[in-house]
Design a protein. Structure first.
Length: 187
């Protein structure tokens, strides 16, 4: 007689033959089927494994000099963005949503964020950014102005009766034009 684990793996393998599954999905499916088979065999309700909750709080994960990944627990990092992409194929927005991290919370160590802020202030980047925004706004305003003027100057089209060609008028006989008078001197 087969064990419950062998039965579960047999059931999941036949399911996986028709449905593409990742490694994590296969493991979860085996756990679910195994738990269901145990319930059937014993007649008792076996608690299904709960969803993994982060072992850290947001406050514990974002320290002054390091950041700890709440997915895998890896620490000693200054910023999470590259780690999330390479290790978990996850975007920062997805990470924030999964763990309830507010948008104003930086995904980097507090010391790194502070040093970047100081460097930006020393270089005057905030003033440069404000100037660039003003220039851009002025350019957009200039670009939009001719469009508005052209729209205002253009008469509105109305439904008109179809145009009928008229016969060309007879041309008058050519006569010599009188010479133009010289301009009057200014006083």
């Amino acid at each position: 007689m087969s064990t419950l684990l062998e039965l579960a793996s047999s059931i999941v393998s036949s399911h996986a033959a028709t449905t593409p599954m990742s490694t994590e999905e296969l493991l979860q499916e085996i756990q679910k089927v195994h738990a269901a088979l145990q319930t059937l065999e014993t007649g008792k309700d076996v608690a299904a494994p709960e969803e993994a909750k982060p072992a850290l709080t947001v406050k514990q994960a974002f320290k002054a000099n390091e950041v700890i990944c709440m997915v895998c627990g890896k620490g000693k990092m200054k910023t999470l963005t590259r780690h999330l992409k390479k290790a978990h194929n996850m975007k920062p927005g997805e990470y924030r949503k999964q763990f309830g991290i507010p948008r104003d919370q930086s995904l980097s160590a507090k010391s790194l964020t502070e040093s970047r802020r100081k460097t930006a202030q020393e270089r005057g980047l905030a003033a440069n950014l404000a100037k660039a925004r003003e220039v851009r706004a002025a350019k957009l305003k200039v670009q939009k102005a001719p469009v508005k003027e052209a729209a205002a100057a253009k008469p509105a089209k109305t439904a008109a009766a179809p145009k009928v060609k008229k016969a060309a008028p007879a041309k008058p006989a050519k006569t010599k034009a009188a010479p133009k008078a010289a301009p009057k001197p200014k006083k």
